[in-house]
Design a protein around this ligand. Sequence first.
Ligand code: HEM
Length: 166
Amino acid sequence: MVSVGYSARQIALHWFVFILVAVQYFTGGNMTHLFRAAHGGTPSEVGSIWAPVHIAVGLAILATMLWRVRLRGTVGAPPAAKQHPALQALATAVHVGLYIDLIGAALVGLAANFWLPQLAGLHRLMVRPILTALFGLHVAGALWHWIVLRDDVMARMLRPAPDGSH
Ligand code: HEM
């Protein structure tokens, strides 16, 4: 569904996920120490509080991303910016990749933590190289639109569309 712009709620959820993912990068190293200690590795000096924090924030990312998918269906999203078709395809692939990777990483993290510890490596792969690459491309694209093309792509993720109060 195509809309005039993003709604206030969609914008708030976008930046909320950004903050939550930053928290996960901050707590992830400690989570790795604690997880390895719990699975027969070297005992860890790290405060055990970081495990529930990492799990709770991961679940919040999962819930927020699912809500965002639902809002794309109900409220829609503005049309892709006009640019070279190859860049447009890359932007779409990065967006879809971010949705899949964030939802998938949270589910794999859950599975690794509670049932299948052998999946921890897959979780790390999804949140280190893959998420970092997707995030880097996403930010590079936003800066390209903002600084070089000077179009409204950045502005529409900062200001809600006139009818976008949901
Ligand atoms: C999309 C949400 C999530 C992000 C972005 C994320 C991010 C991270 C990061 C950056 C690390 C450190 C990896 C490293 O040391 O290289 C990590 C480790 C870990 N996370 Fe998450 N995480 C998320 C959700 C979750 C959830 C929901 C759980 C469990 C319920 C979880 C369980 C774990 C575990 C068990 C490790 C240790 C993996 C290992 O040592 O091999 N994560 N996570």
